[in-house]
Design a protein around this ligand. Structure first.
Ligand SMILES: NC(=O)c1ccc[n+]([C@@H]2O[C@H](COP(=O)([O-])OP(=O)(O)OC[C@H]3O[C@@H](n4cnc5c(N)ncnc54)[C@H](OP(=O)(O)O)[C@@H]3O)[C@@H](O)[C@H]2O)c1
Length: 324
C-alpha cells in the first residue's frame, strides 16, 4: 500500500484528499517508481479544477516527478531496479508515493542532476527550451517580453533568453518579485499591477515593441501582448494562469503583421527521440549554468492543497516541489 492525493470531484484545493491505495505490479512495458520529489505546475491546477479535459475523477493530479525504479515489467530492458529516473507526462497522476509509469517515458537521471532539481525542472525547463528554440528562434539583439517572469517557467525563460543575448523585459504581479527577476537576468522589470505595461514597454523600446512576447498568463495579458509586440513580431500564448484567452479574430493580427502561436510541450516531446534530445538539452543548459534549479517552495506531498492555494493566489515564485 502507499498514499496518494486523490480527488473525487473537480473543484478547489480542498477536494484533494490524502488516501491509501494498493500498489499494483508493473505490466509489460511498465515500471513501478517510488517518488522522491514531485514538481508542481500550473497545469495541475487546471486538472484539479477540471478546466482542461486531461484528468478524470476520481483522479490524481501531477505531471512530473523523480524517483527510483522499484520494480520493472516482464519485458523492460531499458531500466533496472534501483535506477534514478524522472518523467514528464500529459497523463496526470504524479501526486503520489508510488506510481506505475510506461518505461518509454522515463528519463535516466545523470549523477549530477539531483532528484529535486529534476522534478522541479523537467517540464518547466523543456517548455522554456521549446518556447525559445522551437516556437521562436530568440537570438542576440531581440527584445523579448516575458509575462509572469518570476514564475516557474518565467524565471527559466528570463535566464535563458538573457543567455542568448536578448534584451529581456519581465512583468511581475508585485514589487517583492522584482529583485529575483533582475537577478535571473532581466534588463527591465515592470510591476503589472502598479504600472502601465504598454507605456513602460513603449518607453523601453522607444515605441518599437518586442520581437517576441512569451505569454503564459492568458486572459488578462493577451491584449497587452498584442499592444506591445513589434511589427512582424510573434506573440507566443502558452498558458492561461489568469483564465483562457477568448476566441481571437485573426484580423487583429494584420495591422502589425503579427505571428500568433499556441505551443504545448507534450507534442514536442511525444516521440522518444525528441524526449531524449530535449532532456539532454535541458541537462546541458543546467550544467552550463544557463538556467538553474532554484526551488523556492517545498511542501509535504500530503499538503499539496497548500501548494495549490499559494500558486493560484500568486504567492509563489520559481519552482515548487512536493516531498513524499
Ligand atoms: N504550453 C505548455 O506546454 C506549458 C508548459 C508549462 C507551463 N505552461 C503554462 O505556463 C504558465 C506558467 O506556469 P507555471 O507552472 O510556471 O506557473 P507560474 O508562472 O509559477 O504561476 C503563475 C503566475 O501567473 C501570474 N498570474 C497572473 N495573473 C494570475 C491569476 N489571475 N491567477 C494566478 N496567477 C496569475 C502570477 O505571477 P505574477 O503575480 O507575478 O503576475 C503567478 O505566479 C501557466 O499558464 C502554465 O499553464 C504551459
Amino acid at each position: 500500500m502507499s498514499k496518494a492525493i486523490i480527488q473525487d470531484t473537480f473543484g478547489g484545493p480542498e477536494v484533494m484528499g490524502w488516501r491509501e491505495r494498493p500498489d499494483a505490479a508493473p505490466g509489460p512495458g511498465e515500471v513501478l517508481v517510488r517518488h522522491t520529489a514531485i514538481g508542481v505546475n500550473f497545469i495541475d491546477i487546471y486538472c484539479r479544477r477540471g478546466s482542461i479535459p486531461l484528468m478524470k475523477v476520481p483522479g490524481t493530479p501531477g505531471m512530473e516527478a523523480a524517483g527510483v525504479v522499484e520494480s520493472i515489467g516482464p519485458d523492460v530492458t531499458t531500466l533496472t531496479v534501483g535506477q534514478r529516473v524522472g518523467y514528464v507526462m500529459p497523463a496526470p497522476g504524479a501526486y503520489c508515493e508510488r506510481r506505475i509509469v510506461p518505461a518509454e517515458r522515463m528519463i535516466a537521471l545523470p549523477d549530477d542532476i539531483d532528484d529535486r532539481s529534476a522534478a522541479a525542472m523537467l517540464l518547466k525547463g523543456m517548455t522554456a527550451e521549446q518556447l525559445l528554440h522551437k516556437s521562436t528562434q530568440a537570438t542576440a539583439g531581440d527584445t523579448v517580453l516575458i509575462h509572469a517572469a518570476a514564475g516557474g517557467v518565467g524565471l527559466l525563460l528570463t535566464a535563458w533568453a538573457k543567455a542568448l543575448g536578448c534584451t529581456v523585459i519581465g512583468t511581475v504581479g508585485s514589487k517583492a518579485k522584482v529583485g529575483m527577476v533582475r537577478e535571473a537576468g532581466a534588463d527591465h522589470v515592470i510591476v503589472s499591477t502598479e504600472e502601465d505595461v504598454v507605456a513602460a514597454v513603449n518607453t523601453i523600446t522607444q515605441g518599437r515593441g518586442c520581437r517576441y512576447i512569451y505569454d503564459g498568463v492568458g486572459a488578462d495579458t493577451f491584449e497587452l501582448s498584442l499592444k506591445t509586440v513589434a511589427k512582424f513580431g510573434h506573440v507566443v500564448s502558452f498558458g492561461s494562469s489568469s483564465g483562457a484567452v477568448p476566441p481571437v479574430n485573426i484580423a487583429v493580427l494584420s495591422p502589425k503583421c503579427v505571428v500568433l502561436s499556441r505551443p504545448q510541450v507534450f507534442p514536442y516531446i511525444a516521440e522518444r527521440a525528441d524526449l531524449t534530445a530535449a532532456s539532454n538539452n535541458l541537462f546541458a543548459a543546467m550544467r552550463k549554468k544557463i538556467i538553474k534549479s532554484d526551488i523556492k517552495h517545498t511542501y509535504a506531498l500530503a499538503d499539496a492543497a497548500t501548494a495549490h492555494r499559494d500558486l493560484e493566489s500568486r504567492r509563489t515564485v520559481g519552482q515548487i516541489v512536493l516531498l513524499p
